[in-house]
Write a protein that binds this ligand. Structure first.
Ligand code: TXA
Ligand code: MG
Length: 329
């Protein structure tokens, strides 16, 4: 099915498409989502088709209030309220034991369903208008760069969906942190804007899952979020000869390198990791749209949000080199 894709701000129009079983891209604070009725298996299949996503990769379910999350799970673990009270709405996704309302397709057959309340007024208004939860992966084609503007969505999904709700650029810019209980302890399956220390202030020691090709959390697959141009991630030796070529792209944290011909994109002239996270995918989209042979990405400081940013860059490079203590647990 092909559509004349409309970009706009009409919640009712978007909700109308969703009620009829179609898909709509909508803004969240992290990245744009490709949403469909999470309780309707036929619609969920469309999400996978539209995104060209393999069926083994499960979807996050978006709700507008905590009760709606409770309605989808078998149990609500002790200690969960403190997390939902603190971090929802927000960039924290919880893996919880699902009940029979959740179609197998949503979880790719896994016992747990991923749920979050996004912190974006349009996303919340849309979910409320529909009256059902929205299954939504990031609104990009499988393995491509996540969208942080309506235009990024259009560039990848034009003709494949009827409506893109435009909420402006995403304020966080990186996908949500994914956590779940493992042997009674909270474990981070995907790094994001909510960091381990943020969580530890409320729930004690939090562990970090190793990157793995298993479907426990395929956000941990080594190759993900990738531009089409080859990307290398790592510190650059001073005077790297590739920086002399105008067909090289260079992605840096906060300062331009003088005296080189490579095309430079600086993530955060203000040296803020928050800014870098917000700009990361737009920078990758921009470099990927240029006639370059290679993109070189340097790590940002490996602290706080910087870990999640470096994690995404490492995956974009398709490399899977453990980067220090965070992978040792
Ligand atoms: O910030 C976000 O999380 C964005 C916005 C749209 O909410 N969504 C997003 O969705 O990043 P997606 O599909 O691109 O990534 C979701 C990740 C995938 O790596 C998926 O494997 C993992 O969540 N996931 C979803 N359900 C899961 C489950 N039941 N068990 C383990 N991992 C799950
Ligand atoms: Mg994604």
């Amino acid at each position: 099915m092909t559509y004349a894709t409309v970009t706009g701000t009409a919640i009712e129009e978007a909700a109308d498409w969703l009620r009829k079983g179609h898909l709509v891209a909508f803004p969240t604070e992290t990245v744009y989502g490709l949403g469909g009725n999470a309780l309707h298996a036929d619609t969920v299949v469309r999400i996978f088709e539209t995104k060209e996503r393999p069926l083994y990769n499960p979807l996050i379910v978006h709700v507008a209030q905590v009760d709606e999350a409770r309605a989808l799970v078998r149990q609500w673990p002790n200690g969960l309220d403190i997390l939902t009270n603190t971090f929802w709405p927000g960039p924290l996704t919880l893996l919880l034991e699902r009940n029979q309302l959740v179609p197998d397709l949503v979880t790719a057959g896994l016992d747990r369903v991923a749920i979050r309340i996004p912190d974006h007024p349009m996303a919340l208004a849309l979910i409320r208008a529909c009256g059902f939860p929205l299954a939504a992966p990031s609104a990009n084609l499988f393995s491509r760069i996540s969208p942080t503007t309506a235009e990024h969505v259009r560039n990848q999904l034009e003709g494949r969906i009827p409506y893109i709700l435009d909420g402006g650029p995403c304020t966080v810019g990186l996908e949500s942190t994914i956590i779940g209980l493992q042997d009674g302890r909270w474990c981070i399956y995907r790094q994001g804007a909510v960091t381990a220390p943020d969580l530890e202030a409320f729930v004690g020691k939090v562990h970090t899952a190793l990157p793995t090709p298993s479907p426990v959390a395929p956000g941990l697959l080594p190759m993900h979020y990738a531009p089409r141009t080859r990307l290398e991630f790592g510190p650059l030796p001073p005077g790297d000869p590739r920086l002399r070529s105008p067909r090289t792209g260079l992605l840096r944290f906060d300062r331009r390198l003088p005296g080189i011909s490579a095309v430079q994109v600086i993530l955060a002239p203000d040296s803020s990791l928050h800014t870098a996270a917000r700009e990361l995918y737009a920078a990758l989209h921009q470099l990927d749209s240029l006639p370059l042979d290679l993109i070189l990405a340097e790590p940002v400081p490996e602290e706080g949000l910087g870990r999640a940013i470096n994690d995404r860059l490492q995956r974009a490079a398709g490399t899977n080199i453990p980067a220090g203590p965070r992978n040792q647990e």
